[in-house]
Every structure is written in C-alpha cells, then in structure tokens.
Design a protein around this ligand. Structure first.
Ligand code: AMP
Length: 210
C-alpha cells in the first residue's frame, strides 16, 4: 500500500496524472477539489464563490471532508489538491498518526508560470463533445476560430479561465502551497510538467516503482 501527495501550480496536469496513477496502480483518487465541488452541487453557494475567486476554502471544511475518505481507503491513495498549505500538512500529520498511516512520496509537478498562464487563459472547450483546445498554444487551436473541429459546435470558455483569476490562483499557490516543498523535502520528487503527459506519467512510475 502506497500513499502519495501531488503538489503542483495551476494547470500542471495534477488531476490528469492523479487519475492515470490511480488507474494503473489501483489506488484511490482523493481530490479535495472534487469533494468540494460535490458540496457545491448539493447547493453550498458560499463554497462556490470562494472556489471561483481562486482563493482557498477553510482548513476545517476541507479536513472534515477528507477524514471520511481516508478512513474508507484500504488500497492506498493519491491526494490531489491536499494539503494546500502548511497548516493543513501539520493537521494531516496528526490524522495520519491516529490512523497509523504514512505518506510515501510527495510528487512535485513543476511548471513555469508563463506556460501555466497560456494553458489556462487560452483554454476553450466544446460543450457538446468535450474536446479541449487552446488558442494560445500552437498546434492546439481549432482549425476554424471558435468552432469545434470534431462536431462544429461553438466553443465555450470557463468563467474562471481568465487572466485575473489565474493570477489570484497562482499567487495563492506561491504564498500558501509552495512552502510545502520545504515541509516535505525528505520525501519530495520533482518532475518537469511542461513535458508531454505520458512522459510525466512515465517519470512518476519510475519513482513509485523504485
Ligand atoms: P482543484 O480542483 O484542486 O484545483 O481545487 C479547486 C478549488 O477548490 C481551489 O481553487 C480551492 O478554492 C478549493 N480547494 C481544493 N482543495 C483545497 C484545499 N486542500 N484547501 C483549501 N481549498 C481547496
């Protein structure tokens, strides 16, 4: 049984890699973003506002949602989006002790800020077939501006995929989350996530198969 944490700035592909790791190694994918989105879907509009602003939800809310998941995980897990600050890491260490669990690897998906910005600000998607394009990255734009190559539907943009929200999310990451790299330095592994996603995944495999 292996437990992993993924740390990454916005747009580094954290969620995608978490899914790929969990499918391949039969681990549970625990995404605090997903847990919070489930709460929003149940009608918690206060949470929705905080999440859309690019800021963090309170540690107490996140830890309560997380605890239930940890108790049910028997296979080992990949934490995607948690911890997001040092206080959460300290509280999490206490929970791990109580549950007699430990974290084996912390994987840091490093990504240059300008690349992250292009990935988010240029992102458009098709509301019908789900294809994703990027108007700021060469080779990823649709053939006809604003139209899906696959089904010719008009492409749409997520409300929070704009430069202002990106800057807030990125600054929140720098101030709150990046200090975790020092906190976890003894079990930290860094990967350049500007690489192609299969390559990033291969590098993660080399670390956790060791
Ligand atoms: P994510 O899907 O991981 O990008 O998370 C989406 C949003 O949910 C974040 O921008 C935060 O507002 C909130 N969120 C997710 N995980 C946490 C966490 N561990 N602590 C506080 N807020 C979180």
């Amino acid at each position: 049984m292996k437990n992993l944490i993924l740390i990454a700035p916005p747009a580094a592909g954290k969620g995608t890699q978490a899914k790929m790791i969990c499918e391949t190694y039969n681990l549970d994918h625990i995404s605090t973003g997903d847990l919070l989105r489930e709460e929003v879907a149940r009608g918690n509009s206060e949470l929705q506002q905080i999440m859309e602003s690019g800021k963090l939800v309170s540690d107490e809310i996140v830890l309560n949602l997380l605890k239930k998941k940890l108790l049910n995980s028997l296979n080992g897990y990949v934490l995607d989006g948690f911890p997001r600050n040092v206080n959460q890491a300290i509280l999490f260490d206490k929970i791990l002790k109580e549950l007699n669990q430990k974290i084996d690897y912390v994987i840091y998906l490093n990504l240059d800020k300008e690349i992250a910005k292009k990935r988010i600000v240029g992102r458009v998607s098709c509301p019908k077939c789900g294809n994703v394009y990027n108007t700021m990255i060469s080779g990823m734009s649709p053939s006809i501006e604003g139209i899906c190559d696959n089904c010719q539907t008009a492409l749409t943009k997520r409300k929070d995929d704009n430069e202002e929200t990106f800057n807030i999310r990125y600054n929140t990451y720098l101030e709150e989350t990046e200090p975790l790299l020092e906190y976890y330095k003894n079990i930290l592994y860094e990967i350049d996530s500007s690489l192609e996603k299969q390559e990033v995944f291969h590098k993660i495999g080399e670390i956790i198969n060791d």
